[in-house]
Design a protein around this ligand. Structure first.
Ligand code: FES
Length: 367
């Protein structure tokens, strides 16, 4: 493993984690997909050797964990080779998967290559609704089989449940399912409304009552299951008064690499039109982390407009979410509208307060 010798040569902390989006190909069509609306084709994807080199470069600048994601990363035939490359570089590997392609044989090959952890997404506890959300018949049953195989293989398991209006009332059953599957962790992720999710916002936005109930359910379960199942739950943006510290700060501890090799300060940054991002095909990863204008643009607090600039919370939230600011205001440098001090706060507060439309619209799936 290369040592992270000069990752701080530009006065920066080294990155801790990398999201490696190995492909945009995916058998599911979740209406809240966070990938860009224009997806990379198979022919555009970095090849095996290029990904292995990304892992080596990432380790050299300090990356400790690689989240291997997509799309569906196991759609790549060389997935085990990429895991082996990351493992050889000394990086802890986490497979983020829908689970629908994850057979016992594949899992064994990945484990032999050095895979450390598996995270499986579920769409609901109710099979019918889960399959409708992912638009994949039989998907839920396959996920449960895959989750059990992960534990039988002796690997740690995280269940990730994306929640919204059409499954949030099942949260007690979702928690029970994660516990029954012997997961170590359950991430309850509220839908973030940019990219494809923004198109489906009217079908996905929960009511305030749903959010309040879910918050109570999650808190009670976290206490009751302490030591058995760790539960992560954050109040959804649209029902919050202060923005979250998104990505733990832009360009602070994290970056993502897209299937084409573009390096992003945030996995959703390609939804920000007009921003340019460098590629590992043209620049070393170290140069990008230290010098890329897209990374430097929102580092620290000097870039902030008022009211953020003179706000006592600016070092706590670091300006909130840039993708959300752009999605809602068209200005990537604007105060995150989630903040109650933002002049645009009505854009989220009014949407959240409007509650369930008279008729819940159908999902719009990707073609
Ligand atoms: Fe991109 Fe928040 S999701 S900065």
């Amino acid at each position: 493993m290369a040592s992270p010798d000069s990752a701080t040569s530009a006065g920066l902390e080294p990155p801790l984690a990398m999201l490696a989006e190995l492909t945009h190909r995916c058998p599911l069509q979740c209406p809240y997909c966070s990938n860009p609306t224009s997806l990379a084709n198979r022919d555009d994807e970095l090849d095996t050797a290029q990904w292995v080199d990304v892992m080596r470069q990432a380790a050299a600048i300090g990356v400790l964990q690689a989240h291997l994601s997509g799309g569906e990363p196991t759609a790549r035939k060389d997935f085990a080779d990429i895991v082996a490359g990351a493992h050889a570089a000394g990086i802890y590997t986490n497979l983020i998967t829908s689970g629908v392609l994850l057979t016992r044989e594949r899992l064994e090959a990945y484990r032999s290559a050095g895979l450390d952890h598996v995270q499986i997404s579920i769409q609901d506890s109710d099979p019918e609704n889960a399959d409708r959300i992912g638009n994949y018949a039989g998907g839920h049953a396959r996920k449960l089989t895959a989750a059990r195989a992960v534990r039988e293989a002796g690997l740690p398991l995280t269940i990730n449940a994306v929640v919204h209006r059409q499954n949030l009332d099942h949260l007690p059953e979702i928690i029970a399912l994660a516990h029954e599957l012997d997961a170590q962790r359950l991430e309850i992720a509220n839908v973030q409304y940019y990219g494809w999710a923004l198109r489906n916002r009217a079908a996905l936005m929960p009511t305030r009552e749903q959010v309040e109930r879910a918050t109570e359910v999650a808190a009670a379960a976290a206490e009751a299951l302490a030591g058995e199942l760790a539960i992560d739950y954050v109040v959804p943006d649209y029902h919050a008064r202060r923005p979250k510290r998104c990505m733990d700060g832009w360009g602070n501890r994290f970056f993502a690499v897209t299937p084409r090799g573009r390096v992003l300060p945030c996995h959703a940054a390609e939804t920000i039109t007009g921003m340019e991002f460098s590629s590992v095909l043209h620049r070393p990863l170290r140069w990008i982390w230290e010098n890329d204008p897209a990374f430097n643009r929102f580092r620290g607090t000097d870039w902030m407009p008022e009211p953020c600039r003179s706000c006592e919370f600016k070092n706590r939230d670091l300006g909130g979410c840039r993708c959300q600011a752009f999605a809602l205001t068209g200005d990537v440098g604007a105060t995150d509208p989630v903040c109650e001090f933002s002049p645009h706060h009505g854009l989220v507060a009014d949407t959240a307060a409007s509650g369930v439309p008279v008729a819940t619209p159908d999902y719009v799936y990707r073609a």
